[in-house]
Ligand binder design. Structure first.
Ligand SMILES: [Fe+2]
Ligand SMILES: [Fe+2]
Length: 269
């Protein structure tokens, strides 16, 4: 078995969406099988690309140039599924990237178990969204998608705690806020396949936020920092807009994100 950081690097360098997620899932299964047998596989080192490989389609546009469609229309629902597929593909790369990029920092083995599991789940989420798009006669790549989703990773490429603060604890936590509304859109349209897929995503995302919070607190402990103050400073440094209420306080609490972490960073509603 190759060192984990090299597995992560291989996923990041795989361009096609379905191929990337297939590789991601098989490498995750390899890691998990070794761990189940009680092994402590080598983490190794990698030199991951600053930008992961991506397919030629979708075309990536600045968010203001991505056409808006009414969520109540069939086209609007396809656009919504396409946007989620794009987020999930970015998330696959985000989780492998945190493994590869910060492989030189000594961490407990549970850190790697968590992000391998998260990367495997994001891969499944991407495939679920692709299945829904294909069932509706579309596919990932058929519509333009947001450029700049990788910016959070780029901004925090040299800051491990900054990465944990911004990616799982801000961006993935935002997913917990908005997914119930999305599920409602598809439930009203009686789109059962999309409802089931989004419910799977919603239930699995809580753990990703929790992994972020757990390892952020771990590093604060290691460096004798106050977690709340450190979180506020890092989000202000790397995430350049205020957080948007309403927040899903229940799921955020389940994920180990207390209100005094996010409310002080919010705009007035
Ligand atoms: Fe996901
Ligand atoms: Fe996630």
């Amino acid at each position: 078995m190759q060192p984990l950081a090299q597995m992560a690097d291989a996923v990041l360098r795989s361009a096609d969406g379905r191929e990337k997620t297939a590789l991601s899932r098989s490498l995750a299964a390899e890691w998990q099988a070794a761990r189940k047998d009680g092994a402590r596989p080598d983490i190794g080192r990698a030199d991951p690309p600053m930008h992961p490989a991506r397919p030629a389609q979708p075309e990536l546009l600045s968010p203001r140039d991505v056409p808006r469609r009414r969520p109540g229309s069939p086209e609007g629902r396809i656009a919504l599924l396409h946007a989620v597929a794009h987020i999930e593909l970015n998330a696959v790369d985000m989780h492998w990237d945190i493994i590869a990029r910060f492989a030189d920092v000594e961490m407990p083995i549970g850190f790697y178990d968590d992000w391998v599991k998260a990367a495997d789940e994001e891969s499944k989420h991407f495939n679920l969204m692709c299945d829904c798009l294909e069932a509706l006669g579309s596919h990932y790549g058929a519509l333009p998608a947001h450029a700049g989703m990788w910016r959070a990773a780029e901004n925090t490429a040299d800051d491990f705690m900054g990465r944990l603060a911004v990616v799982p604890m801000v961006l993935e936590a935002r997913g917990l806020d908005v997914t119930p509304g999305m599920i409602d859109v598809f439930r009203k349209a009686k789109a059962d396949q999309a409802v089931a897929a989004l419910e799977t995503i919603y239930s699995e995302e809580v753990a990703h936020v929790a992994y972020g919070s757990k390892w952020f607190h771990f590093l604060c402990g290691r460096h004798e920092m106050d977690p709340k103050d450190a979180f506020h400073a890092l989000v202000q440094r790397y995430f350049h807009s205020p957080l948007k209420p309403p927040f899903n306080e229940e799921k955020r609490a389940e994920a180990g994100l207390p209100p005094d972490f996010y409310w002080p960073l919010a705009v007035a509603d």
